[in-house]
Write a protein that binds this ligand. Structure first.
Ligand code: UDX
Length: 453
C-alpha cells in the first residue's frame, strides 16, 4: 500500500521504516528539514538499536523516502499521524499544537470529492481529541476516515515493538467509515495479524484511553516499588528482596518492579500528567488523583538519590559536595537510548553539581546531549576516564557496559572504592567482595539506614 507518515521522531521514523520493511511504499514527512535530510541519507537522528540497519535495508529497496512537503500525503492510501504531544509549557496538560497542525494540514489537503483515504492517529492524545477530528474529516466531500491506532513501542526496542507488537488496537468511528478504515488497517498490518498479533477493535475514546491507561499503570507500578523502598528504608527492610518476593506472585509479576531513581523519558511523566488534567476536565479528576502521588513519589526518588550519594560521599545529607569528584555512569533516561527528556539520571547529576561536586558524566550514547543540556557537567569519553580519580561511582542508567563492569578492574582507577547503584544494576556481593563500599536506595547499608530521619 502507499502510506504517508506525518512526523518522523522516534515513533514516526521507526514506523515508516518498519512499514516499508513489510512491503509498503512509504513517504515520511516532517517539518524539520535537518531531520528529513539526515533520514534521506540513511542516518538515524537518534540512537535506537536496529534502526540504522532497518533504514539502510528499506532505502536500498527504494520503498522509503522522506520529504518536508505535506502534499506528498495526497498520494497515500493511508496517512499515519505520529507527531509529538509534549507537556504544555504552562500546565500539566498535553500541548496539542503539533497534532492540530498535522491533522489540520491533512484536512486542508484532502478536499477533492475524489479523495478516498484513511487518516490514522498514532500520537498519544487526551481522550476526546479523535472524535472532534473524525467529525471534521467526515464533513469533507470525499471519503476520508479518521481512526486512532495507538502505539506502545518502548525506546530501545522500537523496531521489535513495531514489527512484533503485543497487540494492535483500532479505535474506529461508527458505521461504514469505521468498517472501511478497519479493512484498510488490516491490509497494512496483514503480516503482523497473520503472525498472530492480537487485534482489538473498539471506539475512538477507548483507543485513546488504552494508551494512557497502559502508561499510567506502568508508572504506578514503578512508583509503587519506589514507595515501598522508602518504607523499607524507614523500617530497615530490603526492597530488592521484597520486590522479588512479591513479584513471584503471578498476579503481580516481576516486570516494572525495578526500584531505583524512577521513570523518565518522553512518555510516562507527561502522559500521567496529561491524563490527570484531561480527567479533571471531564469531571473524573478524583478517579485518577493517585497519579499525583505516583508523580510525586517518582520525583522524590531523584532527591532521595542525591541525598544518598551526598551521605555516602560526605557523611550527611545536608553536607556540601565541594572538593568531591563524582563519576556519574549514565545520563539517558534508560539504556540503549540517547533520549534525555525528563531523565532522572541527568536530574540527579545536575543536583550533585548544584551541591558543589565536580561531576563527570559518562554515557555510551548521550554524551553530546549532556554537553548541550548541562554545561556545568563534565563529559568523559569513556568509563575509565570518568572513573579516574573519582571519590564515588554513581550508576544512574543501567547500560550493559555498567552492569558488566568488573569491580576489580575499575578499583585501580578511583580515589575511593565507593559505589552508589541507582538502578539495582550491580551485584552487591561482587562489589563488596572487591572491597567496595556499596549503596542502594531501599536496601540496608550503614548510611542508607539513616535515610529517613
Ligand atoms: C513507555 C512505555 O513502556 C511504552 O509502552 C510507551 O509506548 C512509551 O512509554 P519508554 O518511555 O520507552 O516506553 O520506556 P519504559 O521502558 O517504559 O521505561 C520508562 C522509565 O521507567 C525509564 O526511565 C526506566 O528506567 C524506568 N523504569 C522502568 C523503572 O524505573 N523501573 C522499572 O521497573 C521499569
Amino acid at each position: 500500500m502507499r502510506l504517508a507518515i506525518v512526523g518522523c521522531g522516534y515513533l514516526g521514523a521507526v514506523h515508516a521504516a518498519a512499514m516499508a520493511s513489510l512491503g509498503h511504499e512509504v513517504v515520511g514527512i516532517d517539518v524539520d528539514r535537518a531531520k528529513v535530510e539526515s533520514l534521506s541519507q540513511g542516518r538515524a537522528p537518534f540512537h535506537e538499536p536496529g534502526f540504522p540497519e532497518l533504514l539502510a535495508q528499506v532505502q536500498g529497496d527504494g520503498r522509503l523516502r522522506f520529504t518536508t512537503e505535506l502534499a506528498a500525503a495526497r498520494e497515500a492510501e493511508l496517512s499515519f499521524v505520529c507527531v509529538g504531544t509534549p507537556q504544555a509549557p504552562d500546565s500539566q496538560a498535553a500541548d496539542l499544537s503539533f497534532v492540530d497542525a498535522a491533522l489540520g494540514g491533512l484536512l486542508d489537503l484532502l478536499v477533492d470529492p475524489a479523495d478516498r483515504t484513511v487518516v490514522v492517529g498514532k500520537s498519544t492524545v487526551p481522550v476526546g481529541t479523535a472524535a472532534v477530528w473524525a467529525e471534521r474529516f467526515a464533513a469533507l466531500p470525499g471519503a476520508v476516515d479518521l481512526v486512532w491506532n495507538p502505539e506502545f513501542l518502548r525506546e530501545g526496542f522500537a523496531v521489535q515493538d513495531t514489527l512484533s507488537p503485543d497487540r494492535i488496537v483500532y479505535g474506529l468511528p461508527p458505521g461504514e467509515s469505521g468498517r472501511r478504515a478497519a479493512s484498510a488497517l488490516d491490509e497494512v498490518y496483514a503480516d503482523l495479524l497473520a503472525a498472530g498479533v492480537p487485534k482489538i477493535e473498539t471506539d475512538l475514546a477507548t483507543a485513546e484511553l488504552v494508551k494512557v491507561a497502559a502508561n499510567a499503570f506502568l508508572a504506578t507500578k514503578i512508583s509503587f516499588i519506589n514507595a515501598m523502598a522508602e518504607v523499607c528504608e524507614a523500617a530497615g527492610g530490603d526492597i530488592y528482596e521484597l520486590a522479588q518476593a512479591i513479584g513471584l506472585d503471578p498476579r503481580i509479576g516481576r516486570r516494572f518492579l525495578r526500584p531505583g531513581v524512577g521513570f523518565g523519558g518522553g512518555c510516562l511523566p507527561k502522559d500521567i500528567r496529561a491524563f490527570a488534567a484531561r480527567a479533571r476536565e471531564l469531571g473524573a479528576g478524583e478517579a485518577v488523583e493517585f497519579l499525583g502521588a505516583v508523580d510525586r513519589t517518582n520525583l522524590r526518588a531523584r532527591r532521595r538519590m542525591a541525598d544518598l550519594v551526598t551521605r555516602a560521599v560526605a557523611g550527611k545529607a545536608e553536607a556540601g559536595l565541594e572538593g568531591y569528584r563524582v563519576a556519574v555512569l549514565g545520563a539517558a533516561f534508560k539504556p540503549d537510548s540517547d533520549d534525555m527528556r525528563d531523565s532522572p539520571a541527568l536530574a540527579v547529576a545536575r543536583e550533585l553539581a548544584r551541591r558543589g561536586a565536580e561531576v563527570v558524566v559518562y554515557d555510551p550514547a548521550a554524551g553530546p546531549m549532556v554537553r548541550q543540556l548541562a554545561p556545568e557537567l563534565q563529559v568523559a569519553q569513556s568509563l575509565s576516564q570518568a572513573a579516574t580519580g573519582a571519590g564515588a561511582l554513581v550508576v544512574l542508567t543501567e547500560w550493559d557496559e555498567f552492569v558488566q563492569l568488573d569491580p576489580d578492574a575499575v578499583a585501580g582507577l578511583v580515589a575511593r572504592r565507593l559505589v552508589v547503584d541507582g538502578r539495582g544494576a550491580l551485584d552487591p556481593g561482587r562489589w563488596t567482595a572487591a572491597g567496595w563500599d556499596f549503596h542502594r536506595l531501599g536496601a540496608p547499608s550503614p548510611l542508607a539506614a539513616k535515610a529517613v530521619d
